[in-house]
Write a protein that binds this ligand. Structure first.
Ligand code: NAI
Ligand code: MG
Length: 398
């Protein structure tokens, strides 16, 4: 069989260090692939006026599977100031390459698992009724709709007159905002389509069925956001009844969910939500299992099979220039395991996860975040493992 080609996008800052660590682990675990590096991020914005060059899009289109480190993005004014002087005032506008990737390839399913590793000192603990310490085991997988909702990018400040006219046709707008001058109004729209909602629901129910989860929780706010959240919950009820009768459908409000996740996180299994709420609850659950050093994600298009796998964290620019990289590569390595699952290399993924679990449980090799140190260049001298030492320890346990 010919070797598969994986597109690698280190991006900016710590992206390269964690990606290189993950590739070493994949290699040692026996995963055979060719890698082709693709350009993405701030450097390409600065030099070419495009953080997601067309050649990168072409590579992903061709090879379908990509591993992604992280990128840096900065506010509008900084983006302009740092742009190559030869390109300034030529109409270049910075746009997030991540959002563009999602929209370009329709990577509408985002999956963010949050599993407790035993022995991780960052695990959430709570006090039991008798004052004892309990460490509930979190085993949650969040499915976040990745392309619509409040992140659709359909927004206005001082909206154009035709938009105002449409809004005024709604009785509630007229009553509550009718007297507000248009230049004092900002609007971000929340668009849900049946197609995308159906796809994220389907992905979550399928995952629950295949992996033996007993419940799927729709985490939205249907009692208030009656049209969008209401549509998702209604479609979920229908889907559960006709296609997944063996799986329980639960319905939580996102605000209450944020409270319950620190009370009884072990109760939840698969959770599905729109874009913003999915973003929020996945960060909430990630906080229970170790935070950014452990939070991994997959985003994919179930039809085309294109998938991009990346840690949730960003480029942590302040650590990027340390002579020895100190950040935890586990989030990136876990993301690579999600890639392996996606392309059918489940045995290798399992092997890698077991090795990570052993290292975490043994507790001899811990990056600075696991030791609850402040991230500084001297943490390695003080006993924290570097990015590479963590990768080495995982490799030694394969
Ligand atoms: P960040 O995730 O880069 O870093 C926040 C803090 O979390 C770091 O200072 C560090 O203390 C910790 N941290 C992050 N990754 C870690 C790891 N692997 N191990 C241990 N500790 C880790 O978020 P921040 O500082 O808000 O953003 C920095 C840049 O990254 C910005 O330009 C932002 O736009 C971008 N960003 C990119 C993302 C992506 O590429 N997907 C996601 C989030 C932010
Ligand atoms: Mg986030």
């Amino acid at each position: 069989m010919s070797k598969r080609t994986i597109v690698t996008m280190p991006g900016d800052g710590i992206g390269r260090a964690v990606l290189e660590a993950a590739l070493r682990v994949l290699d040692a675990a026996g995963f055979e692939a060719d890698y082709v590096e693709a350009d993405i991020g701030w450097e390409f914005w600065k030099s070419e006026g495009n953080p997601l060059p067309e050649r990168t899009i072409e590579l992903i289109k061709k090879h379908k599977i990509a591993l992604f480190g992280a990128i840096t993005s900065k506010p509008k004014d900084d983006a302009m100031a740092e742009l190559n002087p030869g390109l300034q005032n030529k109409g270049y506008v910075y746009a997030s390459p991540i959002v563009n990737l999602r929209q370009h390839f329709g990577l509408d399913v985002c999956m963010r698992p949050c599993h407790t590793y035993k022995g991780n000192p960052l695990n959430f603990i709570r006090r039991g009724g008798d004052g004892s310490i309990e460490e509930p085991e979190v085993d949650v997988v969040i499915f976040r709709q990745n392309t619509e909702g409040l992140y659709s990018g359909i927004e206005w400040s001082d909206p154009p007159e035709n938009v105002m006219e449409a809004l005024r046709s709604h009785p509630k707008f007229k009553k509550n905002f009718g007297d507000t001058p248009k230049n004092e109004i900002s609007i971000s729209t929340r668009v849900f389509t049946k197609k995308a909602v159906g796809r994220i629901l389907k992905a979550s129910f399928e995952y629950a069925r295949k992996n033996g989860y007993k419940s799927v929780t729709v985490c939205e706010k249907p009692n208030v956001l009656r049209e969008t959240s209401g549509m998702m919950y209604k479609m979920a009820k229908e889907m559960q009844k006709t296609e997944y009768p063996e799986i329980e459908l639960w319905n939580t409000n996102v605000d209450a969910q944020m409270m319950w996740l620190t009370k009884n996180p072990e109760t939840y299994g698969v959770i599905v939500a729109g874009n913003l709420f999915g973003d929020i609850i996945s960060d909430g659950f990630a906080g229970l299992i170790g935070g950014l050093g452990f939070a991994c994600s997959a985003q994919y298009n179930p039809e085309s099979g294109i998938g991009v796998f990346e840690p949730t964290h960003g480029s942590a620019p302040k650590y990027a220039d340390y002579p020895i990289s100190i950040v935890n590569p586990i989030a990136m390595i876990e993301s690579a395991c999600m890639m392996l699952d996606f392309i059918g290399e489940k045995a290798i993924a399992k092997k890698v996860r077991n090795a990570v679990a052993k290292v975490v449980q043994e507790g001899k090799v811990r990056t600075y975040d696991m030791l609850k140190m402040t991230g500084k260049a001297d943490v390695v001298e003080k006993g924290a493992a570097s990015t590479d030492e963590m990768a080495d320890a995982i490799i030694a346990n394969l």
